[in-house]
Design a protein around this ligand. Structure first.
Ligand code: MG
Length: 213
């Protein structure tokens, strides 16, 4: 069976990915670094399926200003709409780390024209995800570029917690088994270039490394 556009759950089941959702502006320190305003309500955007990247390679699109955004990613393993706060954790089938790779130049152009971000967010391979584990990520998560730490975050710094994101998103769009959600980036976003070596982890645990090609 091809693993293309599938994710292995912590229980070993291969799940076809359906939708890739991402919350925007969910950490105050990241909102200030990009001079954005704190949103009144959570807001989300999507990446298309060919953005999914479970490999250890980031293929740089040529002549683009690509930034890393380190995020906790969750896998939905049970359909649901209008999910309550208490039920939200039951819909989560796994926790991983990922990179919401972003063409910052294009995104700034779209932002200034008040246009959707899709094409800045959704190039091939732009939704990097690690393997998924069943344990929630409660320790610090971090990203190193060429051995130097550039991002570090904590779930308790989120403006909208992971369960709150599920409540809000599922009140607007029914969630499907196989959806994944990028839950926001802490400060420290920045460009990546060819030959960069990226490593991400949680606490003392190494999770995934990637090479930019
Ligand atoms: Mg992001």
């Amino acid at each position: 069976m091809s693993n293309l556009y599938q994710i292995q759950s912590p229980a070993g089941e291969w799940i076809p990915v359906r939708n890739i959702y991402c919350i925007g502006r969910n950490y105050l320190d990241h909102i200030s670094e990009l001079n954005n305003e704190k949103p009144d309500t959570p807001f989300f955007f999507q990446k298309s399926l060919p953005a999914l990247n479970t490999s250890d390679i980031i293929e740089m699109p040529e002549e683009r200003d690509i930034h890393h955004e380190l995020e906790i990613v969750i896998l939905i393993h049970e359909d649901g709409e209008f999910i309550s706060l208490t039920d939200a954790p039951k819909h989560i089938g796994g926790y991983g780390l990922g990179l919401d790779l972003t063409d910052r130049f294009l995104q700034n152009q779209f932002k200034s024209k008040q246009l959707p971000w899709l094409l800045a967010k959704s190039f091939k391979g732009s939704a990097v995800v690690s393997e998924f584990q069943s344990k929630p990520i409660s320790d610090d998560f971090w990203l190193k570029v060429n051995g130097e730490e550039v991002q570090r975050g904590q779930v308790n710094q989120m403006i909208n917690s992971i369960p709150e994101q599920i409540v809000y998103l599922s009140s607007m769009i029914p969630l499907m088994k196989g959806d994944i959600i990028f839950t926001g980036t802490p400060k420290g976003v920045g460009p990546i270039v060819v030959n960069d070596q990226l490593e991400m982890g949680v606490g003392d645990q190494f999770i995934k490394s990637l090479t930019v090609k």
